[in-house]
Design a protein around this ligand. Structure first.
Ligand SMILES: [Zn+2]
Length: 335
């Protein structure tokens, strides 16, 4: 056999081994793998609002060295758009097979807005919740389920995907979501980092997710029009989603609700009247980073400058480093 042929065979063998090595590495990331705890399409009708805080100090840093978490947050929050979506019912499901260990139900769904609300849920921060024992020292906890929705009892055997209840806003929840905590031998594990990853976002990660989940630190929750500047809690409640507004409204406000806005991002708004005339065109840099962000532009209704009848259009773009990372347009009919 010629040296050239030898080389070719050796190179081919090496490439195959490398390929197999990569594949097997990808498949054996963890001995315990999990699926999503919520029955929805991520990025479409639900989103990850908070990740686990991977930083032991008072700083809050997620697994990707981003800021979409808060100090000492022990789980991953899967959010839904508003209380109206919650009322329709979004299932919380088991992430892996196991046996139900503990269950709580009966706590009302109420969005936390101030300290009094917080004090009311002391020692019941998880709200209506479930703990599942998966064996091998692994357990998962699901929090903030909808009052009266819990479907399982202690000792119930569950499979991956078994419905446990519905997404709610019970306990310490300022928006409707399910909080998932994963523990191994009583230690909190970030499912994006894995059991072996030591604290800090720069370590090697062996995620527990059986299907890869892309890191999405910024995203759209909803957009619409209102007759006044909306408050965050009103948008979480599902207000200001009307397709039609009265021409007698005191103002016309185009609003956008986002998560994970970062200082330095640029927001661009356009508001166009029914005749196609641009009424507002505005670019503004984001002055501070926020995990939850309500932003808007609008015009007052005055005799000299009325809100005319017809279809109004609002356009919004979020730009980071000269690249558009988010875009939304919305219409409303003024009648
Ligand atoms: Zn949480």
């Amino acid at each position: 056999m010629s040296i050239r042929k030898h080389c070719l065979i050796l190179c081919l063998t090496l490439s195959i081994l490398t390929f197999l090595g990569c594949v097997s590495f990808g498949r054996s990331q963890s001995d315990f793998l999990i699926s999503l705890p919520i029955d929805c399409k991520l990025g479409k009708d639900c989103f990850i609002f908070h990740y686990v805080d991977t930083e032991p100090s008072s700083e809050a840093i997620d697994f990707n060295c981003g800021r979409q978490t808060y100090n000492d947050h022990t789980g991953t929050d899967f959010g839904i758009t508003n209380l109206k979506a919650m009322e329709k019912g979004v299932k919380v499901v088991a992430v892996a097979p196991g046996k139900v260990k503990r269950v709580r139900d009966g706590i009302i769904d109420k969005l936390i807005v101030d300290q009094t609300d917080k004090d009311e849920v002391t020692d019941r921060e998880c709200g209506n919740g479930i703990v599942i024992d998966h064996g091998g020292g692994w357990e998962t906890q699901y929090c903030h389920l909808k009052q009266g929705s819990v479907l399982v009892k202690p000792d119930t055997q569950v499979e991956k995907g078994t419905p446990l209840g519905l997404v709610g806003a019970s306990g310490l929840a300022s928006f409707p979501h399910v909080h998932l905590t994963v523990r191994h031998e009583n230690k909190v594990i970030d499912p994006f980092m894995g059991k072996e990853a030591i604290s800090g976002c720069k370590t090697d990660k062996k995620p527990l997710w059986e299907a890869k989940i892309d890191y999405q630190p910024t995203g759209l929750i909803n957009a619409g029009f209102a007759p006044q500047p909306p408050k965050s809690v009103e948008l979480w409640e599902g207000k200001f989603l009307d397709q039609k507004l009265s021409k007698n409204s005191s103002a016309l406000v185009f609003w956008v609700h986002l998560y994970g806005i970062i200082q330095g991002d640029i927001e661009s708004f356009t508001l166009i009247d029914p005749k196609g005339k641009v009424i507002i065109e505005q670019n503004k840099p984001v002055k501070r980073s926020y995990r939850n962000w309500v932003t808007y532009v609008g015009k007052k209704n005055t005799p000299d400058n009325p809100i005319i009848s017809g279809i109004w259009r609002g356009k919004y773009q979020l730009t980071k480093n000269d690249k558009v990372i988010l875009e939304v347009s919305q219409e409303v009919e003024i009648i």
